[in-house]
Design a protein around this ligand. Structure first.
Ligand code: NAP
Length: 280
C-alpha cells in the first residue's frame, strides 16, 4: 500500500535535536513574530510557532499591530527589530493587509535576522548555493521530509505546480541543487496533466483546492501537498488525498508540510543565534 507522508514524525525529530542544541546554549535564542491585523488563520499559525519555539527553549515573543497599521508603522518596527541586539531572528507573518507592500517589508529585514529566508539576499545566496543563507522554511521542510522518507531526488523528474516566491520558486532551486530534473507549472501551463503524470515527485503549491486528482498522478509517485485553502469551514490541500493515496505516496493537509515549516523556522532561529557567535 502507499504511504501517508505525515510531517509529524520528521518534524518531531527536528524539534528534538533543536531542543538538545538550545539546552547547551548559555544565552537562549530570541525569535520575534510580527503580526499585523487579526486574520484568524495567521493567528493560529503564529500561536503554533510561538508554542513550538518555547517548547524547545527558545524565547519567542509577539509584536502585534492593528489591522489599520500603515506601511511606515511596519517598517519602523522592522527597523527597531533589526537594531535590537537581543533579537536573533524575526518574521513578519503573511499575508499583510492590502495597504502594506509585502516585498518592501521583506526587503527591509536585515538578511542576518531573516529567519523566513525571504529577502532577495538570502534567496540569491540560496540560488548560488552559498552557505551563509537562511533557507526558506517551507521548501527546506519539504526537502527534509523527503529525506526522512528515504526518497531519492537525483535524476528524478520533479514537477512543481506553482511558482510563488514562498514555495514554488525556491523549492524548484533546492530540487535542482539535488540534481532533479525540474518542471515548473503555473496558471498559464497548458495541459497540466501531461506534465504532472510524468512526475516521480509531484509538489502541489498552487493554493487551489483539490486541483490535483488521481488522474494527474503517476502510479507510485511521491506527492507533496503544500496548498492550504478554505473549503466551507475546513482547511484542504491542493490534492484529492482520498483518491491519490490509492495510487501514490501522499502527504496530508493538515499534518503534512505544515509542521515541517514550523520546525525549520525554529532551526533557522537557532542558526541565527549561533552565527552571532556569542552563545556557547
Ligand atoms: P502564490 O504566491 O499565490 O502562488 C501560487 C501559484 O500557483 C502561482 O504561481 C500560480 O500561477 C499557481 N496556480 C494558481 N492556480 C493554478 C492552476 N489552476 N494551475 C496551475 N498553477 C496554478 O502562493 P504561495 O505563497 O507560493 O503558496 C502556495 C500555497 O501553499 C498556498 O495555498 C499557501 O497557503 C500554501 N502554503 C502552505 C505552507 C505550509 O506551511 N503548509 C506554507 C506556505 C504556503 P501564476 O504564477 O501563473 O499566477
Amino acid at each position: 500500500m502507499y504511504k501517508t507522508l505525515s510531517g509529524k514524525e520528521p518534524s518531531a525529530g527536528v524539534l528534538e535535536s533543536s531542543k538538545r542544541i538550545v539546552a547547551n546554549m548559555k544565552r537562549k535564542p530570541h525569535l520575534v513574530i510580527v503580526l499585523v491585523g487579526s486574520d484568524p488563520a495567521s493567528e493560529v499559525y503564529v500561536r503554533k510557532k510561538i508554542e513550538k519555539a518555547q517548547a524547545v527553549g527558545i524565547r519567542a515573543s509577539l509584536e502585534k499591530l492593528e489591522n489599520e497599521a500603515n506601511e511606515s508603522d511596519v517598517l519602523k518596527l522592522v527597523e527597531k527589530l533589526n537594531k535590537d541586539k537581543d533579537v536573533d531572528g524575526f518574521i513578519v507573518q503573511s499575508p499583510l493587509p492590502p495597504q502594506i507592500d509585502q516585498m518592501k517589508v521583506t526587503e527591509a529585514i536585515d538578511p542576518k535576522k531573516d529567519v523566513d529566508g525571504w529577502t532577495s539576499t538570502n534567496i540569491g545566496r540560496m540560488i548560488l548555493g552559498m552557505s551563509e543563507t537562511f533557507l526558506p522554511a517551507t521548501p527546506i521542510g519539504i526537502m527534509k521530509m523527503l529525506e526522512y522518507y528515504g526518497v531519492e531526488i537525483a535524476g528524478k523528474n520533479v514537477v512543481v505546480v506553482g511558482r510563488g516566491n514562498v514555495v514554488g520558486k525556491p523549492l524548484s532551486y533546492l530540487m535542482l541543487a539535488k540534481d532533479a530534473t525540474v518542471t515548473i507549472c503555473h496558471s498559464r501551463t497548458k495541459n497540466l496533466k501531461q506534465h504532472t503524470q510524468n512526475a516521480d515527485i509531484l509538489i502541489a503549491a498552487a493554493g487551489r483546492a483539490r486541483l490535483i486528482t488521481a488522474e494527474h498522478v503517476k502510479e507510485g509517485a511521491y506527492v507533496i501537498d503544500v496548498g492550504t485553502s478554505k473549503l466551507g469551514d475546513k482547511i484542504v490541500g491542493d490534492v484529492d488525498f482520498e483518491n491519490v493515496i490509492k495510487k501514490a505516496h501522499c502527504s496530508p493537509v493538515p499534518g503534512g508540510v505544515g509542521p515541517m515549516t514550523v520546525s525549520m523556522l525554529i532551526s533557522n532561529v537557532i542558526e541565527a543565534a549561533i552565527r552571532k557567535g556569542e552563545n556557547r
